[in-house]
Unconditional design. Structure first.
Length: 224
C-alpha cells in the first residue's frame, strides 16, 4: 500500500516507460526504492516538490550521520531524472546535480589468483557460479536470470537474454566448463533456473540473487 497515494501514478508511469524502452527491471526497482524514500520523507510525491526541497533532501542524504550509501545517492539522482523525463518536466531535470563517474582502474587478477579463486569453493554449485561468471563473461544479474534451457550442451553455448545492452547474445561454453553444469544438474536438481536461492520456510524456490553471488565471492576471497 502506498503511503503517498499520488506516488502510485508516478510509479506506474515509470514502469510503463521502462517496459516500452526495454530497460532493466532491476534499475526500475532501484529508482522506485529511492523515490519512495523521498515521498515518505515529505509525505508528497517527488514531482510535486520544488527545487529547494529536493536540494534539502540531497543535502540530508549526504551530510547526516545515517548517510545512505553512495549508490543510494546516485540512484536518487537518476530516479529523479527518469521521473522528470517521463513527466515532461525538463527544467527540473536539468537543474539536478551531475554525478561524477568513477575513473578508478579495476583490479585485475592474474592467472594464479583466478585459479585460486575458482578452486576456493568446496561446493560444486559455488564453484560453477564463479566459473560461469569468469568463463562466460556474465554479469551477476545475468547469471541470476539464466535458465537451464539457455544452456546448449550440443553447441556448447549459453544464451543470454537482452538486458542493459538491449541485444540477445550467445557466449561460448568451453568443453572443460561444459562438464560442470551437467554434473550439477544431475546432483542438485535445480528448478527452472540454473541456480536457485535457498528454499524459504513456505517451501518456495526462486532464482539466485546478486546478493547471494556477492556472499559467495566474499567467502571465497577470505579462504584464499
Amino acid at each position: 500500500m502506498f503511503e503517498v497515494p499520488e506516488f502510485k501514478e508516478l510509479a506506474l508511469a515509470l514502469e510503463r516507460s521502462f517496459a516500452i524502452n526495454g530497460k532493466a527491471a532491476s534499475t526500475l526497482r532501484n529508482y522506485l526504492r529511492c523515490l519512495a524514500h523521498i515521498a515518505i520523507h515529505y509525505k508528497c510525491s517527488p514531482e510535486r516538490l520544488d527545487e529547494e526541497q529536493i536540494d534539502d533532501y540531497l543535502y540530508h542524504c549526504q551530510n547526516l550521520h545515517d548517510t545512505p550509501s553512495e549508490s543510494f545517492f546516485k540512484h536518487t539522482i537518476y530516479g529523479l531524472r527518469a521521473a522528470y523525463k517521463v513527466l515532461g518536466m525538463d527544467k527540473k531535470r536539468i537543474r539536478l546535480p551531475q554525478i561524477k563517474r568513477q575513473n578508478d582502474l579495476p583490479v585485475v587478477l592474474n592467472k594464479r589468483e583466478v585459479r585460486e579463486l575458482l578452486n576456493a569453493p568446496k561446493y560444486l554449485k559455488h564453484r560453477l557460479m564463479l566459473a560461469m561468471l569468469y568463463g562466460c563473461g556474465l554479469r551477476s544479474y545475468e547469471l541470476c536470470n539464466l535458465l537451464q534451457a539457455d544452456i546448449d550442451f550440443d553447441r556448447k553455448t549459453v544464451f543470454v537474454k537482452k538486458q542493459k545492452g538491449k541485444v540477445d547474445r550467445y557466449v561460448p561454453l568451453s568443453p572443460h566448463l561444459a562438464r560442470g553444469p551437467g554434473t550439477y544438474f544431475r546432483t542438485e536438481n535445480p528448478v527452472k533456473h540454473v541456480f536457485n536461492s535457498q528454499v524459504t520456510k513456505d517451501g518456495a524456490v526462486g532464482p539466485l540473487t546478486t546478493g547471494g553471488i556477492q556472499w559467495v565471492i566474499k567467502e571465497c576471497r577470505s579462504t584464499r
